[in-house]
Design a protein around this ligand. Structure first.
Ligand code: PHE
Length: 486
């Protein structure tokens, strides 16, 4: 069957890597990773997060890029095409649809969180962060959120910037903007880490991030690590899939995946190395929660030489990181409207923008006017975060690996991944057994259906994967065939 011709392709070899790294590196790395690491106690959490990236994140990302490039289209259409080509049931397109919906839902609260970074860049300059205690700075943060006009105005700015870039197109908008924003981000981060290194408490930061304390390993922490691995790599939300659909045929899926995953992980660790020494040097607590960078860091910036400069640099860096992620969250929807309904990119971006503003307005209002409306104990902002990170992304991830590992005719993925036999066998083993079993166990645990803490009984998990793998390969000896071929 003839393959779909790509309508857009990255211009340069670095196009995909910069854009996908731009998508992956965002609030997740600089805002969420440090505070959840702080909450779950440091090194043990970092280790679980790294394990989830390796065992689940990388195989899922490879699968997602390959599905996007094979299907050449919006997540819904790409998955539908690949399913058709590979002889899988047409309902598999639901996985693509869910990813698109999840991406849009993330976008609706992401612009609000991104707007904090933009607002704080400005607040560093206009003197509104002069308060001298963490409590008082907490008050500043709350007052900012309590004012719907402030929060709304900054969120509108983020949404307009995002839509403007996306409307300009894949090459002239997205590729061009990430090609200067990403190097800029790297320079800013290195300056900040350099400062932290010279600040005297660097080793306290290193100890906190890398000292392993087995008692801190719990099922709850594992759950958080898994959700975060999906979120930070932008998986199962349409972003990586749509960017993958613009990847030229000759580029290696595996190699690009490794570059993006390593860059994302490095940025998270470097952000931790920039932030924790500053926190410790100023006697602040690492477990301050979501407000960590907004309530603790401004206090530290006040006390350091050239603090305003470093403060502006820091929040500008977070703003850019958030913007390149927000862009990737709209692209799938814009590409879908453009491809399926023939709407121009500019009009599609406008339409998506209207819906985005309506929903994110509600997310914004949940901090002030509608603060009392918390069905099920969560406001709308928290619901959007919870539903996507804890449920939709892992579900979408399991869907993709099962589709690719079991349901497609094997030539499709083998062709698209184009790996040496051992590499292919390893990928197949991961997507068939390791990733789905691990995601499944974390799910069952979250639902309270597992009567034990999966981490404490890890040998059961390893055993289950082993038995499944042996049984599975005896029934369907594809991996052995692959090995024999090599
Ligand atoms: N990966 C981004 C971050 O870490 C968030 C994101 C999730 C972006 C899903 C796109 C898709 O902030």
């Amino acid at each position: 069957m003839t393959r779909e011709k790509p309508k857009n392709l990255w211009l340069s070899r670095w196009g995909f890597i910069l854009a996908a790294t731009g998508s992956a590196v965002g609030l997740g790395n600089i805002w969420k990773f440090p505070y959840i690491t702080g909450e779950y106690g440091g090194g043990a959490f970092v280790l679980m997060y790294l394990a989830c990236i390796l065992a689940i994140g990388i195989p899922v990302m490879m699968t997602e890029i390959a599905l996007g490039r094979r299907g050449r289209g919006s997540p819904l259409d790409a998955v539908a095409r690949v399913a058709r080509e590979g002889g899988a049931h047409p309902l598999w397109r639901g996985v693509g649809l869910m990813a698109m919906v999840a991406g849009f839902m993330i976008l609706c609260f992401y612009v609000v969180a991104a707007s904090w970074a933009f607002a704080y860049t400005w607040k560093m300059l206009d003197g509104s962060l002069a308060a001298t205690s963490v409590e008082a700075l907490g008050g500043v943060f709350e007052a900012h959120n309590a004012n719907p006009w402030q929060l709304g105005g900054w969120s509108l700015l983020v949404a307009l910037l995002t839509l403007f870039i996306v409307a300009k197109g894949v090459q002239k908008g997205i590729e061009r903007s990430v090609s200067w924003m990403m190097p800029g981000l790297a320079v800013m981060l290195l300056i900040l880490v350099g400062y932290a290194y010279s600040s005297g408490s660097f080793s306290a930061g290193v100890d906190f991030l890398f000292t392993f304390d087995a008692s801190k390993i719990t099922g709850e922490a594992l759950l958080a690590a898994l959700g975060h691995a999906f979120f930070t790599l932008s998986l199962a939300s349409g972003a990586i899939l749509i960017y993958g659909s613009y990847l030229p045929d000759g580029q290696s899926v595996a190699r690009t995946t490794f570059v993006v995953a390593i860059a994302d992980t490095l940025v998270a660790l470097l952000a931790g190395l920039a932030i924790f020494p500053i926190i410790f040097a100023n006697g602040l607590s690492p477990s301050a929660g979501p407000g960590l960078i907004f309530m603790s860091l401004p206090l530290a910036f006040q006390q350091m030489p050239f603090g305003t400069f470093f403060g502006v640099l820091f929040f500008a860096m977070v703003s850019i990181a958030a913007l390149t992620s927000a862009i990737s969250l709209v692209e799938a929807t814009v590409a879908y409207l453009n491809e399926k309904h023939g709407i121009s990119r500019a009009k599609a971006a406008t339409g998506a923008g209207v819906v985005l503003l309506l929903i994110s307005l509600l997310a914004m209002l949940s901090f002030n006017v509608m603060a009392g409306w918390t069905p099920g104990g969560k406001n709308l902002f928290d619901w959007l975060d919870y539903l996507t990170s804890r449920w939709m992304m892992p579900l979408g991830g399991i869907g993709m690996v099962i589709l690719a590992g079991y349901c497609l005719r094997s030539e499709v993925m083998r062709d698209e991944l184009n790996l040496p036999p051992l590499g292919y066998a390893l990928w197949l083993f991961m997507v068939r057994y390791v990733s789905p079993v691990l995601i499944g166990i974390v799910f069952l645990h979250a639902l309270g259906w597992l009567g034990f803490d999966p981490i404490a009984k890890w040998y059961w998990i390893a055993g289950a994967i082993g038995v499944l793998a042996v049984a599975g390969e005896l029934l369907a000896p594809r991996v052995r065939q692959e090995l024999a071929r090599g």
